[in-house]
Design a protein around this ligand. Sequence first.
Ligand code: LLP
Length: 427
Amino acid sequence: MSIRGSSLLGLTEFAHRDGVLHAEGVPVPVLAERYGTPLYVYSRSHLLGQYRRLAEALAPLDPTLFFAVKSNTCGAVIATLAEAGAGADVVSGGELFRARRAGVPADRIAFAGVGKTEAEIEQALREDILYFTVESEPELERISACAARLGLVGRVAIRVNPDVDPKTHKYTSTGKKENKFGVDLERARRAYERAARLPGIEIAGLHMHLGSPIMTRDPYVQAVEKVGPLLDELKTAYPTFRHLDVGGGMGIAYRPDQAPFDLDAFAEAIVPPLKATGLKIGLEPGRFITGNAGILVTRVQYVKDNPFKKFLVVDAAMTELIRPALYQAHHEIVAVEGTAETVLGDVVGPVCESGDFLAQDRDLPAVPAGGLLAVLSAGAYGAVMASTYNSRPLAAEVMVSGPRHELVRRRQTVEDLVRDEVMPRWE
Ligand code: LLP
């Protein structure tokens, strides 16, 4: 029997054995049968492996790895990483709630985002999180006012925009001067001076995030170089200035011919200049940890032969994984049970949009109706960006660990979809 792509994207946790795709020790058809499709499947071992690889590569810095919860908010995923020592990078009151619920200690939480509300700031102040990464001067004022009201102090790391090109999709590039994120490098001094005058603020450090995914070390090296002189000034000016958070963005391989993010080269280039700052270093990895820890399993419903094109119509859609529609992102799609035959066409979902595709004009495994496909690299920005458009209940999520599997989010029901609706009574 043929073994297709026994090493998919170099992953050990998702591989074909005797022609059947396994998630760690579990045959994927067993999971599809047990939990239904579409189904997200996460590998615990991959999550922990990626976290540890990063921690080990950067060990000389003894960094705090704030897991970017936005990449995957599943409680079981956050808890797995929290147990391994991860902190959390959160961008809303909801993510803060999830991180705390999953066991992340408050003093390992950084709160980012351009539009924090008063309610969210107060929630974070009461939780006594490590710091807010601050995006603007008006936000500094708001944090100070909230803190003063509560008789607390808000620790802040101002997000500086170093104007470095991360060479990624324009929607996910954040560290260029035309992006909405951060404070311009020229204006940063003024922002720190203003922060120092505010009663409810303690200056804790400096934050950057350049974009996502970033495939080389160069943008990080350039950004650290660019902020170097400012860091020296800030350390001298403010005794409480202790943290340098270089954000996330470290990429993963989405294609078999794509070189993975070179962690060793990254560490070699970034550790010496970061160490030289004498500051407590933080990173905010999301995709690097979760991206290839997840697959989306879907069942072919119909094979549709139009005169111009062949379509595999599957039961997953842009509602489960919007990245192909939104960013023209490439996700490998493989047959769960081995077939060496391929067919040129699209993989599409049932949603009423022409943008509803998971792959376009690609050599696809010739899986008949009823067969299973796996969409790879779906662990980051997959389930979290799902919607219930077309009244499609959110998919179930499962975690595997060796031979074991656990449902970590049950499939929504149609009752769940209408639970929060209220029928008005006008009479
Ligand atoms: N820190 C900050 C401040 C961020 O804004 C982000 C991502 C991260 C860390 C984590 O980046 P990562 O390590 O996961 O690359 N939905 C898009 C990605 C948006 C990323 C937004 N910010 C996608 O599907 O590619």
